[in-house]
Design a protein around this ligand. Sequence first.
Ligand code: FAD
Ligand code: SIN
Length: 541
Amino acid sequence: MTIKTDVLVIGSGIAGLFTALKISEFANVVLVTKKNKSESNTNYAQGGIASVIDPNDTFEKHVQDTLIAGAGLCDKVAVEMMVKDGPDRINDLINIGTEFTKKGDSFDLAKEGGHSMSRILHSKDLTGAEIERALIKSIEAKSNITVLENAIAIDLLTEHNQQDLKREIYKNQNCWGAYILDISNNQVLKIIAKATVLATGGLGQVYLHTTNPLIATGDGFAMAYRAGAEIGNMEFIQFHPTSFYNVKNSAEFNNHSFLISEAVRGFGGLLRTKDGEFFMHNYDERKELAPRDIVARAIDNELKKHGDDFVFLDLTHKTANEIIEHFPNIYNICLSQGIDITKDLIPVVPAAHYACGGVVVNLNAETSLKGLYACGEVTMTGVHGANRLASNSLLEALVYAFRCYESIKESFNKTVFSIPEILDWDDSGTLSYDEKVLITHTIKEIKQTMWDYVGIVRSDLRLDRATKRISNIMVETELLYKKTKVFNEIIELRNLVTCSHIIIESAKLRKESRGLHYSMDYKFSVPEDSIKNTIIKKLDQ
Ligand code: FAD
Ligand code: SIN
């Protein structure tokens, strides 16, 4: 089946929903999302969204904090744009009914690691869910937005998968939409659009331990890579220092770890070893509120030193009322696991959390492919550099979603679109695949390999091992993919292994330690000596 629309948006997190909402002001939108529309990383965001709201705060301070966390690799112009546009975009969220927690008449601004001021707007500890709620309610009221749930994008429509238009070397590529699998009936749709927006979020599921839900299989990075788009700085994977250690081995946390928000440390939470020793003063003068890369490495080091499985986060010096008032969700979830955070120490471990790199976009959210725009976690905008500052992700997604809208609007005003004949999905000669257990096992292998060799601490030897293992899996997966009728799990497996490959290749290019990329073989270089962005681009099929 073929669907024609003005704009195809892929993804229903903050980036996709906000883009769709804005674009509906001037064009028709089809939004596809691979599960139900609220399932996204956004929906799990806890701490909040950073912006300069306090009269004592300044844009310069927020810019400076972002640049410091980014360890010399941020694009200052992009950072300034994000920070300055922040308050207007926050107002957009408020205007559609997002309710941020207040203290009296003012917003209750929280503090998190790396921030010199309290500037995090939040809705208790369920900020992402509140933003999703407001955005979904708004798009449901728009008659020119069609939402297709359980619809997973397989590949972008560009010259690379149109036989007659195929080019030997990827250049001046155009994007005209995407092939989408309707999971409910296993039919592949061809959605043709004048503009396509990639808003597919992150890739935490590449790793064994992650805060990201099951949807975060890096589909957007992999699709853009296959289509020949530029992908940058993928070595910078952020590991959140404090995810809940699954003491009871509860099934609900087998696929992703429950986050204990950084706001808990901002609120005064202290880290201790299993023996009860405080340790952050040994690593950084900002102690628990140092940027995440420093805190995660410190915990990793303490775990290795003591042979422990977790460290503790301690809130017991705070009153029970304060704790429950600020963190009702964290309190309830921990209680369900037998930990009363008002009295007990919380067992925590680092987990893969966020991809700082991604599909390279300019200030207008344009990728290197004509007609393909991107926003949110799937992108590399330059605002995070080598390490993202806490709560800058939701802000970046919002600001760049708005940029997408402005760019597409401008392009619609000045472009006469001419879209060539697009081939139907061709699965002739393929067979149905019923040994899903092999796919599950291969995914486990990928996750373990990436955790062991491409995790918080890396080395040339570890990256070499990862290269060999992931290359084998990639060849096997590609063979399987080519002879199999497409289905959800194989799409995700293919994307997970592709993302692993890109992360490893990017890590190998960076012959230094910087921000989130720490290699035992290279020293941390000073910001001025930084190796610039690592760019990976597929040159042939
Ligand atoms: P997402 O919200 O992940 O949305 C991606 C969407 O794309 C989903 O709907 C998904 O189903 C869909 N999708 C993916 N692949 C396909 C495909 N092939 N076809 C169709 N649809 C597809 N950041 C902050 O700034 N502050 C916080 O407090 C904060 N807390 C966090 C807490 C947790 C537990 C996690 C995991 C992240 C947190 N982050 C936080 C990071 C932030 O939530 C994400 O970076 C941000 O929400 C990403 O938004 P997005 O719209 O780009 O992607
Ligand atoms: C958190 O609440 O700790 C997550 C914040 C973020 O990822 O920015």
